[in-house]
Design a protein around this ligand. Sequence first.
Ligand SMILES: *[C@@H]1O[C@H](CO)[C@@H](O)[C@H](O)[C@H]1NC(C)=O
Ligand SMILES: *[C@@H]1O[C@H](CO)[C@@H](O)[C@H](O)[C@H]1NC(C)=O
Ligand SMILES: *[C@@H]1O[C@H](CO)[C@@H](O)[C@H](O)[C@H]1NC(C)=O
Length: 423
Amino acid sequence: MFPNPAAWVVVVVALWSQAGALDNGLARTPTMGWLSWERFMCNTDCEGDPENCISESLYMEMADLMTAEGWKEAGYQFICIDDCWMAPKRDAGGRLQADPHRFPAGIKKLAEYVHSKGLKLGIYADVGRNTCAGYPGSLGHYDVDAQTFAEWDVDLLKFDGCSMDVSLVEQGYVNMSRALNRTGRPILYSCEWPLHKWRSQTPNYTAISQTCNQWRNFVDIYDSWSSVKSILDWTAAHQDIVVPSAGPGGWNDPDMLVIGNFGLSGDQQESQMALWAIMAAPLLMSNDLRSICGRSKELLQNRQIIAINQDELGKQGYRTATVDHFEVWERPLSNGRLAIAVLNTLEIGSARKFSSEKVPGWKLCTPFCNITQILPQYEEVGVQTGYRVSVNPSGTALLIIEPIGSRGKRYHGILQSEKLTYL
Ligand SMILES: *[C@@H]1O[C@H](CO)[C@@H](O)[C@H](O)[C@H]1NC(C)=O
Ligand SMILES: *[C@@H]1O[C@H](CO)[C@@H](O)[C@H](O)[C@H]1NC(C)=O
Ligand SMILES: *[C@@H]1O[C@H](CO)[C@@H](O)[C@H](O)[C@H]1NC(C)=O
């Protein structure tokens, strides 16, 4: 844990120069898109449930909606396939092949379709002997599989970590990263290396960020508040290890957004969106864009929250205080601004007031800050010294503050030249 924000800044400065990201030009900001797993899982029953089974038409429909319903304009770009797209066996040439009944036109055609919409296609494979659902794994086939994905014009690979000897996890992920590089096609590389490595030891995050564009640290998300909360708790408990490794080119991945499904209340959906923005997390929705409600859609397309997520400074935020059943999370933004999320962790009662003096980073507001409230609703609050906000149970208030100097001058670069002075 960071004892105080000043200590945190020292950690960042120390690691800044040594954390080199994977040099494939991708993921300069966190990935945005749609991924089938949490909502559609491994539904292969296209006879009984043609609308919801893992098939090329599912991904084509989502691609259609991404362009027709404003998702692409909001920044969502990738349509990602997860497990269960494969045929049960490799082809005669030893290559992975799509299930011929559910993907009759094949992945290359699907990529062409997705590209024709101005979007990108993600695919899924596994570092070990089998995928998590038992389809062919890539162990021993990294080069041929990387070549296959490149020939199909795939843009992202989610590389899962099932059926793999824990002592070979690092080698496997590094070897696949090199195989992808050798294809010459830039393919965004999403790893589960740390998730599987944590079982035996603390993963080497320097090596991970040199190898992958994003990486899962913790177990799969479920469609529930307890699941979202457990991911936040894990991240806060390990932030001194995981936060410094994130930056342009490589991001910690707390797993999919489950906003627009069945398990989260409106306030809890706002909490997930706000905290995923603070964590500089990939924004990969797993929901049904055909039937999503207006409120969830508006939240997922909220330009101010997306701008925090995609901020060009590229620093992941972290939890800075827990007080009175509130958690305070802060993320340094470009132009000397700070994003602040205040999560009310009490799951009983009604809205409670939270006062800005309990936010460690509020020190920046001497004498004033220009305050913008983004959640619970957008409001340009203006120049003030302090602020009080009301937060519903399991809801989150989200603010951006911009320090104003004594002569009305703005300070720039919280984590750059003035870092030690102001934090
Ligand atoms: C990774 O590549 C190295 C060098 O080619 C090889 O010795 C090693 O067995 C590979 N490991 C895995 C898990 O593929
Ligand atoms: C392969 O790696 C080299 C060296 O890191 C990098 O310059 C190049 O852009 C990479 N190519 C791809 C396709 O990722
Ligand atoms: C972690 O990985 C980096 C980069 O590959 C390497 O230089 C360093 O020695 C590794 N650290 C440990 C403790 O193994």
